[in-house]
Design a protein around this ligand. Structure first.
Ligand code: COA
Ligand code: AMP
Length: 629
């Protein structure tokens, strides 16, 4: 297959193109209808197809002779544990866990929340839900109880799965008290909490509600995968929007299976038997697509790593894993590479390891700066590719398709649209912009299989957030431009979302919390550049008249609030007191202008601003933070 031809065909005849790709998936009932357009602008793929995502990831691989091949490698420098599961072993564990879920009353369509660290049981839990048609929603362990409670109330799970603790460097983070607190805050009550006890932390079980994983699961009878409809939800992944309420991105079974099968082969060029490492967490979309479903559906060996790029034990950890398991290709976030580079700038630790197995490195999640790109390329001697996607799409929108002929990877860009996506750049009036002109990045409808077509419990919000701004296009929320050869350059978010160490966070949510402080008259939270994390939040604060709180004290108090309400991952540690904020004459804070100043972009003075002089004041304040990075 050739990239150019495939892309053109996928745009000219999406139904024909994806009907062919769908043949690479083993359906229980093959779809007779490929693409259905709905009146509200959304689409349904493979409407009458039936399949099971767990079957595709495990049973089908065994049927194809991969039963004894390693399916999953667990490598945990934080606990000094390593384990391997063959496809047969993983299937047996998952089938038994699925049986346990069913015995606990979980049925097809029921939701199950998974709040677990990076242990194999987290991946097993996802697959076990898929096996019985239950809908999993994994919540990243770094989120605080309040965030977990929001997700519990939205998803209304029948069951919650957790573990006694996670491990962050040498610190034990007890999860169970966080779950207990979240359940106090939430209105919805799951019937049970199934707790995986880990030796690093004791745990107290609430009688009648909490159950011991090790006491329940081994006694359960294994169950077979059930057929589910293509459009039935496989999972809900909550992600930050521009308000305090997270968006429940819904991933279907059929589109996801077709898209990931295509992506593993044609973007990542992975063959059955290859070793793949998705360096992320099961709490993020990458964990779903590139640790669990994608590599297993492709018959690869997937590495599940419970550790960090540095200090577990050192900045050579990634190179050790690559050598030890013969990793052929990997995904990671630029922030991880920046952290490694800071600790080991000459790359001395990498030279202790044989990286010969590695063919490609794929980076995404935030902007890949050219200096990090070059450093990594030189260090490994391997092609480093930037590619771009979102929780909503579930798989790459732009990437070099390394498994297709005619693949070109262009450093400095996030590469070209992969087959299925037509990317365009529009101006504020919705008119297409020519090459090298910056505007809103959009994707022409229909979105290809795998991309979310709704939000859990809130279809109107989906339509409003993604389809309302520009007719016939999906609005990505990113800004940037296309160059003359169609390579996409992502410049950053155009909304109130920031990206901290690859973690997507809402500044609007932080603002709500900051504004509740009794000394704060008004505030704006924006992302400012950070040398390691890409961006970190900065609170610009106007104090109430007569307020006497010292800046440092206010900063400490707000840091605690954000940690308690959102989680430590938000890294809210900086504030700047300002006399006023730039506003329109009608009193709306000009956040887009603040974002531009923080990014060091040129700002045209908006005609609606009430006092243009304020931009210079704010610019001087923000310059300190831009320089600090
Ligand atoms: N459970 C509980 N707490 C967590 C957590 C988890 N799963 N993940 C992060 N946290 C906490 C950390 O302990 C830290 O708390 P602290 O402020 O009390 O020290 C805080 O959240 C911030 O964590 P992190 O963003 O990981 O920063 P760090 O300074 O500890 O580490 C890096 C810096 C660069 C090593 C780290 O951010 C990293 O590994 N980044 C890569 C991220 C990644 O792969 N993202 C992929 C997304 S697709
Ligand atoms: P998430 O939904 O958490 O995966 O975050 C998606 C957002 O991360 C995108 O909308 C972008 O803003 C950003 N992002 C992802 N990949 C890239 C990339 N390669 N370059 C720049 N930004 C990226």
């Amino acid at each position: 297959m050739n990239y150019q031809h495939s892309h053109e065909r996928s745009i000219a005849d999406p139904a024909g193109f994806w009907a062919e790709q769908a043949q690479a998936v083993s359906w229980f009932r093959s779809p007779t209808e490929t693409l259905r357009a709905l009146a509200d602008g959304t689409h349904q793929w493979f409407a009458d197809g039936q399949l099971n995502s767990c079957y595709l990831a495990l049973d089908q691989q065994i049927e194809q002779g991969r039963g004894e091949q390693t399916a999953l490698i667990y490598d945990s420098p934080v606990t000094n544990r390593k384990a391997r599961y063959s496809y047969r072993e993983l299937r047996d564990e998952v089938a038994r866990l699925a049986g346990a879920l069913r015995e606990l009353g979980v049925e097809k369509g029921d939701r199950v929340i998974i709040y677990m660290p990076m242990v194999p049981q987290a991946a097993m839990a996802m697959l076990a839900c898929a096996r019985i048609g239950a809908v999993h929603s994994v919540v990243f362990g770094g989120f605080a109880p309040h965030e977990l409670a929001l997700r519990i109330d939205d998803a209304k799970p029948r069951l919650l799965l957790t573990a006694s603790c996670g491990l962050e460097f040498e610190r034990v983070i007890e999860y169970k008290p966080l779950v207990d607190k979240a359940l106090e805050l939430a209105s919805h009550r799951p019937e049970h909490v199934l707790v995986l006890k880990r030796p690093q932390a004791p745990v107290t079980l609430v009688p009648g509600r909490d159950l011991d994983w090790h006491a329940i699961v081994p006694l359960a009878d294994p169950v077979e995968p059930v057929p589910v409809g293509s459009g039935d939800p496989l999972y809900i992944m909550y992600t930050s929007g521009t308000t305090g309420k997270p968006k429940g991105i819904v991933r279907d079974n059929g589109g996801n299976a077709v898209a990931l099968t295509f992506a593993m082969r044609h973007i990542y060029n992975m063959q059955a038997g290859d070793v793949w490492w998705g360096i992320s967490d099961v709490g993020w979309v990458v964990g779903h697509s590139l640790i669990v479903y994608g590599p297993l559906m492709a018959g690869c060996t997937t590495v599940l790593y419970e550790g960090k790029p540095i200090r577990t034990p050192d900045a050579g950890a990634y190179w050790r894993v690559i050598e030890e398991y013969g990793v052929n290709s990997l995904f990671c976030a630029p922030t991880a590479i920046r952290a490694i580079r800071k600790e080991d700038p000459s790359g001395a630790l990498s030279r202790r390891h044989d990286l010969g197995s590695l063919k490609h490195l794929f980076l995404a999640g935030e902007k890949l700066d050219s200096s990090t790109h070059q450093w990594l390329g030189k260090l490994t001697g391997k092609p480093v590719h930037d590619h771009w996607w979102q929780t909503e799409t579930g798989w790459p929108v732009t990437a070099p398709c390394t498994g297709l002929e005619g693949c070109v990877s262009r450093p400095g860009s996030s590469n070209r649209a992969v087959p299925g996506y037509r990317v365009a750049v529009l101006d504020e009036q919705g008119q297409p912009l020519g090459p090298n002109r910056q505007g809103a990045i959009v994707i022409a409808l229909p979105l290809p299989p795998g991309c979310a077509q709704t939000l859990w419990n809130d279809h109107p919000r989906y339509l409003q957030s993604y389809l309302a701004a520009y007719p016939d296009y999906y609005h990505t929320g990113d800004g940037g431009y296309l160059d003359e050869d169609g390579f996409v350059h992502i410049m950053g978010r155009t909304d109130d979302v920031i990206n901290v160490a690859g973690h997507r966070l809402s500044t609007g949510e932080m603002e709500d919390l900051v504004a509740r402080h009794p000394a704060v008259a008004e505030c704006a939270v924006i992302g400012v550049p950070d040398a390691i994390k890409g961006q970190v939040p900065l609170g610009l604060i106007v104090l109430k008249d007569g307020s006497r709180i010292a800046e440092q004290q206010l900063q400490r108090e707000l840091t605690v609030t954000i940690r308690e309400q959102i989680g430590a991952l938000a890294c809210f540690q900086r504030i700047a007191l300002v006399k006023r904020l730039p506003k329109t004459r009608s009193g709306k804070i000009l956040r887009a202008v603040l974002r531009k100043i923080a990014n060091g972009e040129a700002v045209a003075i908006p005609s609606t601003i009430d006092d243009p002089a304020i931009l210079a004041e704010i610019g001087a304040t923000l310059a300190v933070y831009t320089r600090a990075s």
